[in-house]
Design a protein around this ligand. Structure first.
Ligand code: HMG
Ligand code: MG
Length: 303
């Protein structure tokens, strides 16, 4: 417990990772409403949308409209996914503060998700990273399937190390270790983080854990113990990846905030307002927030 950070940065990826897999159309105004509520709750980093093929992910086809509709705050960083130059060129018109390329530690997932091998993906990402940096846009690189893959099964830490090295070579500034399908358990996740740390310093490594097997809070705690202080989380636990069948959403932002505040770790987030943001989007989707902390607090409010 030596390295526990005193402050943690959460990137709410709910508007992107959370909503990308929703079958029912979610109008741009609802997505914008979610972003507004998240920033009201104190989130300083929000992953808003992705500039991917609308044939592959129809839910994100309104990317430019959503970006244009946000009332921006100067202290909030708005981030988007860009898999290639076509996506980057469309994204840049909407003035993102940050972009993410997304690769994978598994060849099969890379093929299914972005239609190319790991090596080809790096070739596609290189000009994106160069162009983003030339415009002063911060760059992140996600390593999907860092512990497990829906097609290849368990993934060795060496695979993560390889992608981290390739990201480093093309100048990606920050690496995100992703448990895409939520099969990871704490020690495996720590091994994946260790692999990323071979090429990136601690301040440039984030965790991104889906909660399919209920391990994401444990995986977050295990990463905190290594000093990792940046995480992607999703309000109301929304989400999943369309190319990782059966995988559920990211760990709920509400649950992580509850844990961190209980440990005396600052986030700058107002949990009550965050609960409202998660309730807003869950009401629209006609379901209950997928967060234990949210359920408990909403029950308490009702009682
Ligand atoms: P491709 O078919 O190999 O691309 O797809 P292409 O360059 O051969 O182009 C084919 C067509 O797509 C062309 O259109 C292009 O113009 C168009 P057509 O001539 O047929 O009409 N196209 C695009 N359109 C809009 N935006 C673009 C774009 N690029 C090409 N950027 C591509 C490659 C990456 C585009 C495709 O595979 C794709 O869109 N995949 C979607 C991947 C995705 O969004 N997955 C979910 C997000 S990743 C995730 O959730 C994981 C993460 O959360 C971390 C974790 O949990 O692991 C980040
Ligand atoms: Mg994800």
């Amino acid at each position: 417990m030596m390295k526990l950070p005193s402050r943690v940065k959460l990137v709410d990826v709910g508007p992107r990772d959370g909503l990308q897999n929703e079958k029912q159309p979610v109008p741009a105004e609802i997505k914008i409403g979610l972003v507004h509520r998240l920033q009201d709750a104190g989130l300083k980093d929000i992953e808003v949308t992705s500039f991917v093929s609308p044939k592959w992910v129809p839910q994100m086809a309104d990317n430019a409209q959503v970006m244009a509709g946000i009332e921006r705050r100067p202290d909030v960083r708005y981030s988007v996914l860009t898999p290639n130059m076509k996506g980057f060129e469309a994204a840049v018109l909407t003035r993102p503060d940050e972009i993410s390329v997304f690769g994978a530690a598994s060849q099969a997932f890379s093929q299914r998700n972005i239609n190319c091998s790991i090596e080809e993906s790096i070739e596609r990402f290189a000009p994106v990273i160069e162009a983003a940096k030339a415009k002063g846009i911060y760059t992140r690189g996600a390593i999907s399937c860092a512990v497990g893959c829906p097609y290849e099964g368990e993934i060795a830490p060496e695979r993560v190390e390889l992608v981290a090295r390739l990201f480093r070579q093309i100048g990606v500034e920050h690496v995100v270790v992703c448990d895409t399908i939520g099969t990871g358990t704490p020690v495996k996740v720590q091994r994946a983080i260790e692999a990323a740390l071979k090429y990136y310093e601690l301040d440039k490594v984030s965790g991104h854990y889906h909660d399919t097997y209920g391990q994401a809070i444990g995986n977050t705690l295990a990463s905190l113990e290594m000093g990792v202080w940046q995480y992607d989380t999703s309000s109301a636990g929304l989400g999943g990846c369309p190319y990782a069948k059966g995988a559920t959403g990211n760990v709920a932002t509400e649950d992580v905030v509850y844990m961190l505040h209980g440990m005396g770790i600052e986030t700058g987030i107002d949990l009550d307002k965050l609960i409202d943001a998660g309730k807003y989007i869950s009401d629209f989707l006609q379901r209950k927030p997928n967060s234990r902390a949210s359920t408990a607090i909403l029950n308490k409010r009702a009682g």
